[in-house]
Write a protein that binds this ligand. Structure first.
Ligand SMILES: [Zn+2]
Length: 474
């Protein structure tokens, strides 16, 4: 049984899909006016992991994540760079795929709509809202009428309408009926991209796009809606209002929100200027390390992002990889009839499997899942210190290695580096031996220097003494 912390109910709810063995999921995607920062990478990685886990548990997943390709920031960028809105979107969507391909997002079967491809559908929804008196037009703008939905509005963000009303400023120039009313359609300003509508040339407000795309692609009621915590209000609250009032469906049944990424205790954001672009982080660390780092925390908790934390994740991942590399070596040669049977490892393997699944079943606790893997790795390391293993023992080691690889690569999406490391080590060893040889030469011990050179030559490693450095080749 999978349980989900549902922002809408404020508690852990048992997941019961609308259609048996199927999951429909919508996640708000990035506005494509810039390269993505790691605050955008967190939901991309986490919801990809949810998708993988549902599939691991036998569900068929229909996963939609949109690109917002029209809003104030997009228009500003288009003016700044002197290119069209579509060119801005094309450029940064390509950059998005270039960056996220390195953190192993599963693109197969994913649906990634662009908002501007759904303008007609948005207009239809807005017309329905006006007909049902949930929206009104003023001078080419259309607003949602929160007053007519006040019993429900604020349920997701756990705020009541009176608090929201008293907390919002009333602008004298305001043409809205109430300060809480939000734009569904905006009258075109000179020089802005616009679309034809029953209210004249204009463009959609931000929130309506997700209502339109989810309705078109997943229907009026679907299983899961996700996004970052900062989207709960007003964006998701407004999506619910628009969707329920226009389609009459229940909209999303489970709401999942991931926490922030903090830098030195402060929320990372573009406006504060304390953000890291994903592509810059990936210059220093592999996408697998970053992914492992992000999944090492529970998704609802904030993550403190620092070089130190990333290094720790890198070391942790290497510990797992090294254990598997060593175990694979053992599997090659250490079979002996009277060797050990690996009963203890088998016991820990069983427990770790259970812990991994129960952790993930309980609100996708990847931190617990990774903890279970580390416990298993510890026992694996202990076991392979023995020199000889019976067939039974070999089978246990093999099963352990297969389990670790399967959950890390298929469920958590962290690809392991199991071969190139040995090559790296070889290079480092050769460099080390050559350094020793240089020391020997400085001491004018030519005999030993030649012995090292001949020894390397026998292994197929040719060396050439240069002025400052000794070159080598295989
Ligand atoms: Zn959205």
């Amino acid at each position: 049984m999978i349980r989900i912390y549902n922002t809408l109910t404020g508690k852990m709810d048992e997941f019961k899909p609308l259609v048996k063995d199927e999951v429909s999921m919508y996640v708000c995607g990035p506005t494509v006016y810039n390269y993505i920062h790691i605050g955008n990478a967190r939901p991309a990685i986490f919801f990809d992991t949810i998708r993988r886990y549902f599939e691991y548990r036998g569900y068929k997943v229909k996963y939609v994540q949109n690109f917002t390709d029209v809003d104030d920031k997009m228009i500003k960028k288009s003016n700044e760079e002197g290119i069209t809105l579509k060119e801005v979107a094309d450029k940064y969507i390509a950059a998005y795929f270039e960056d996220t391909s390195k953190v192993n997002l599963k693109e197969e079967g994913m649906i990634r709509p662009r908002a501007t491809d759904y303008i007609d559908h948005m207009i239809k929804l807005i017309e329905t809202l006006i007909e049902k008196d949930y929206a009104y037009e003023v001078n080419g703008d259309v607003y949602f009428n929160v007053e007519n939905y006040k019993d429900e509005y604020g349920k997701l963000s756990k705020q009541n309408i009176d608090d929201l009303n008293s907390g919002s400023r009333v602008d004298i120039n305001e043409i809205k009926k109430s300060p809480l009313d939000f734009a569904l359609w905006k009258n075109a300003k000179p020089g802005e991209p616009s679309w034809k509508s029953p209210w004249g040339e204009g463009r959609p407000g931000w929130h309506i796009e997700c209502s339109a795309m989810s309705n078109e692609l997943l229907g009026k009621t679907f299983d899961i809606h996700g996004g970052g915590q900062d989207l709960i209000f007003p964006h998701h609250e407004n999506e619910i209002a628009q969707s329920k009032c226009s389609t009459g469906g229940d909209f999303a049944r489970y709401w999942i929100h991931n926490g922030y990424i903090n830098i030195k205790g402060e929320k990372m954001s573009k406006s504060l200027g304390n953000f890291f672009l994903l592509r810059d982080v990936l210059k220093e660390y592999s996408g697998n390390v970053l992914r492992f780092f992000i999944l090492s925390s529970h998704y609802r908790k904030p993550i403190d992002f620092s070089e130190e934390e990333l290094k720790q994740s890198k070391t942790g991942l290497e510990r797992i990889e090294n254990a598997i590399i060593r175990a694979n070596e053992v599997l090659k040669y250490a079979m002996e009839e009277d060797g050990i049977k690996g009963e203890e490892l088998n016991e820990v393997l069983k427990v770790s499997k259970e812990k991994f699944v129960s952790g993930m079943d309980e609100d996708f606790n990847t931190a617990m899942g990774i903890g279970a893997i580390f416990e298993l790795v510890k026992e694996l390391n202990k076991t392979i210190e023995n020199k000889k293993f019976s067939q039974e023992g070999m089978d246990v080691i093999k099963n352990t290695v297969e389990f670790i690889i399967e959950v890390l690569e298929n469920v958590l999406g962290v690809k392991l580096t199991l071969e190139t490391k040995v090559e790296d080590l070889t290079k480092e060893l050769i460099e080390f031996i050559l350094k020793l040889r240089t020391d020997v030469r400085n001491e004018k011990n030519w005999a030993l220097s030649d012995k090292i050179r001949d020894g390397l030559s026998e292994l197929g490693i040719k060396i050439k003494d240069g002025k400052d450095k000794t070159q080598w080749s295989i």
